[in-house]
Unconditional design. Structure first.
Length: 228
């Protein structure tokens, strides 16, 4: 199963989400997880390196791939239970390639205008990729949300903007918490640093909501396959 964490906006929380989801899957599904880092900045590769230096943290594999990665991903999908692709905005080709084979596409965005401005292009890219990968489940997840109750309206408004582009957005969000940044430093996850903490609960809720979404075009896709 291939899960892409992508999007064009720098700093939206793609690598952070990819890493925390990788740990969630390793723990909750006791699965064999491979992370694919498509970002020349190597954020996730550095995180894995720090992680694998700590013998107390369960091992997660990671490789770097760039550009036309579709066939590489399909090959790796045979060998791993889950492949989590961390695609920065820099490698557009890798992001499109991953979208063409991913079962899940997660797009982290902050509830900020500059992040929301990337939505028209993302929607365009997703609808093109859906033609070749109709079973793909794509959803935005709001990250780094302001925790103040007075700012709650901003999160709701941002979600409405996402919906106006006919894109899904998860109910669950991550709030702005230092533990996300702190856990990364040691190759760890919020699930490992503070398993009962608020951030850990956020990640679990996001993952559970994501994996509970039924494939949108599953029925039509099956009919088309049987008819062909
Ligand atoms: N919910 C959160 N609360 C606080 N900090 C967060 C949260 N999510 C991510 N961050 C922090 O924001 C910074 C940027 O996150 P991250 O590196 O995951 O973004 P990115 O989208 O991968 O960026 P890039 O486009 O450069 O690859 C990191 O320092 C990360 O720890
Ligand atoms: Mg990144």
């Amino acid at each position: 199963m291939i899960l892409l964490v992508g999007g064009e906006k720098g700093g939206a929380g793609k690598s952070c989400m990819a890493q925390n989801l990788a740990v969630y899957i390793t723990q909750a599904k006791q699965a064999n997880v491979l992370m694919v880092d498509c970002d020349p900045q190597r954020t996730t590769s550095d995180w894995i390196q720090a992680r694998n230096e700590d013998p107390n943290l369960p091992l997660i594999n990671c490789i770097q791939l760039y550009g036309k990665i579709r066939n590489d991903l399909l090959g790796l999908d045979q060998r791993f239970d889950y492949i989590i692709v961390d695609c920065g905005g820099q490698d557009n080709l890798a992001m499109r390639a991953a979208m063409s084979v991913a079962s899940y596409v997660v797009l982290p965005l902050r509830p900020k205008r500059r992040d929301l401005k990337t939505l028209p292009h993302m929607e365009d890219m997703l609808s093109t990729c859906k033609m070749v990968n109709p079973k793909m489940i794509a959803t935005v997840v709001m990250t780094q949300c302001p925790p103040l109750p007075t700012q709650f309206k901003r999160i709701l408004e941002a979600k409405e903007v996402v919906n106006s582009f006919n894109l899904k957005v998860l109910d669950h969000v991550t709030f702005n918490r230092n533990i996300y940044d702190d856990s990364e430093e040691s190759g760890s996850s919020v699930l490992e640093i503070e398993p009962d903490g608020k951030a850990a609960n956020e990640i679990r809720a996001i993952a559970e909501e994501l994996f509970a979404i039924p494939p949108e075009n599953a029925y039509e896709f099956q009919q088309a396959k049987e008819g062909s």
